[in-house]
Design a protein around this ligand. Structure first.
Ligand code: PHE
Length: 516
């Protein structure tokens, strides 16, 4: 097969140049080879300085399928003339389509009249001459051979009749390069021990490194975009002196998720339509001491002092039911069973609460954060799933003020490139005051809600046994939101769940939050 044999033109290019010091044109030297094949050979030789070349874009004329047909068999008008001239006594007009076909009859008749080859005689067609020159066919044959047509008027006419089209063609003009040789020497791609031992490396031709080569994609595991953005947030927290909280408790008791946070048992967030409850087992054990040496706890929480869980439990009950620590409470009969119900945690504030209670064994200034999954029984749409990730931080210290919380937020969000913040009073059962945080997003050009924050209530902190003068900031935001903004994903289902395009996960770039 010549096409296969001709597929490497390296040698033919070198041969063609051996007789010529002047540049050659690929359209002359290799008229029937595809231009990609020519280019491949030229690129290969150019990379070794054996040839130089440039690409020339030219416009050429080519025949359409109908043009090819006419070049082979003659024009419509020539076909009409042929049958008319053959009919000695004239040809009935109505018979013409039956002989030459409808199309030929219609177009050909008109053109033959225009050229004066035939005339009408009542209902007959008669030839006015014995022979004609089929210019249309002649022109098409010229185009077929030379890809051009000097007669501009004829060229326009053929184009209008859709017999020829103008198309682009690349021609390569190539000549000898500084290292031109008739043969392509083998280039070594490796320096081997054998070459060194034998000394053959001294005369070997080594292939130069191709620093432009992209390299084959490797199959490897990749991090999900959420994990990449999570890592960025973890770094921000670590550089601000935070310790990471262990978040492996996806299933929580109502106690840690709600009651300890001073969320009343009638609160709508505790309804079935907002929270997922566990059906098996239905209930948790009652209050008891847990492992004080849990290796996953932040170092600042290691303490030998035992915590009185029963006292804490009783404090929570009392503060809800009757009021305590200067609070009048909610004044409803508190139900222990409601507190022992198991839920999929609705926020990671359950973890923060658990940690703060541990802090009561040895109260001191601490900074904790966590980034993990939470669950809410919500209608799923383009921006909401029934599970998402929360980024949460808490800061405990003596003498903290609301101004300090606002100041901290400005520093924290500036580290992710958000420099303008607005705060709006809000309500959480467990914080007072509470603030929603809005940030001006330069990329989106608008204010977006970026988080919820507040100072934990004394009802919550004092019940744990934390000192009266200790204050605790808390705030939370979703991990999905900044990730979607960063990666330009508008539907959360493209980021999480079964509709995720694995190719997107594998090829998405590393992410950096703009820092100053
Ligand atoms: N738990 C809150 C939420 O889910 C976030 C928050 C945490 C608010 C701590 C205040 C204090 O949105």
């Amino acid at each position: 097969d010549t096409a296969v044999m001709a597929s490497d033109l390296t040698k033919p290019v070198l041969d063609a140049l051996s007789e010529s010091d002047a540049p050659l044109l690929s359209s002359d030297a290799f008229p029937s080879d595809p231009s990609a094949t020519v280019k491949a050979a030229l690129d290969r030789l150019e990379s070794r300085d054996m040839v130089k070349y440039e690409a020339i874009n030219t416009e050429v004329l080519t025949l359409t399928a109908e043009g090819e047909e006419i070049a082979a068999n003659g024009s419509h008008e020539a076909k009409v003339f042929a049958v008319v001239v053959a009919a000695m006594d004239g040809l009935k007009i109505t018979e013409l389509p039956g002989i030459v076909g409808k199309d030929n009859a219609k177009v050909g008749q008109g053109n033959a009249f225009k050229r004066g080859w035939i005339k009408k005689d009542n209902d007959l067609l008669r030839a006015t001459t014995d022979s004609i020159v089929d210019e249309t066919q002649q022109h098409l044959l010229t185009v077929q051979k030379t890809k051009t047509l000097a007669d501009n008027k004829a060229m326009q006419d053929l184009k209008r009749r859709k017999l020829i089209v103008l198309s682009k063609e690349i021609t390569y003009k190539f000549s000898k390069g500084p290292k031109y040789a008739r043969e392509l020497v083998k280039e070594e791609t490796d320096l081997t021990p054998e070459m060194i031992a034998s000394g053959s490396w001294k005369t070997a031709h080594f292939k130069p490194y191709n620093f432009n080569a992209k390299g084959a994609p490797t199959t490897a595991g990749t991090l999900h975009p959420l994990n990449k953005v999570r890592q960025e947030f973890r770094n921000i927290f670590f550089e601000m002196g935070f310790e990471e909280m262990p978040t492996n408790r996806f299933v929580e008791t109502g106690f840690w998720n709600f009651d300890a946070l001073f969320v009343p048992q009638q609160h709508p967030a505790r309804d079935l339509q907002d929270t997922f409850y566990i059906s098996d087992p239905l209930k948790a054990d009652g209050p008891r001491e847990d492992d004080p040496n849990d290796p996953h706890l932040p170092k600042s929480l290691k303490s030998d002092k035992p915590l009185d869980y029963q006292q804490y439990w009783d404090n929570v009950k009392e503060v809800h039911q009757d009021g305590k620590f200067g609070s009048i409470g909610y004044r409803y009969p508190w139900n222990a069973d409601e507190s022992l119900r198991l839920v999929l945690r609705t926020h990671t504030t359950s973890i923060s609460t658990y940690m703060l209670h541990k802090l009561a064994a040895n109260p001191r200034p601490v900074r904790y954060f966590s980034i993990d999954r939470v669950f809410r029984n919500e209608a799923v749409d383009a921006t909401h799933l029934a599970e998402f990730h929360q980024i949460e931080g808490v800061i405990a210290d003596f003498g903290l003020t609301l101004g300090g919380l606002i100041g901290f937020m400005e520093v924290f969000f500036a580290k992710m490139g958000i420099h303008q913040l607005r705060f709006k009073p809000a309500y959480n059962p467990y914080t007072e005051p509470s603030m929603e945080i809005f940030g001006y997003h330069e990329g989106l050009g608008k204010w977006v809600e970026i988080g919820n924050s507040g100072m934990f209530r004394p009802e919550m902190l004092e019940a744990m046994g934390l000192p009266k003068n200790m204050r605790v900031y808390g705030w939370g935001l979703s991990l999905e939101r900044p990730t979607m903004i960063k990666y330009g994903v508008s539907n959360i289902r493209e980021l999480l769940g079964h509709k995720v395009d694995l190719n997107f996960i594998e090829t998405n770039p590393a992410v950096r939050l703009e820092k100053d």
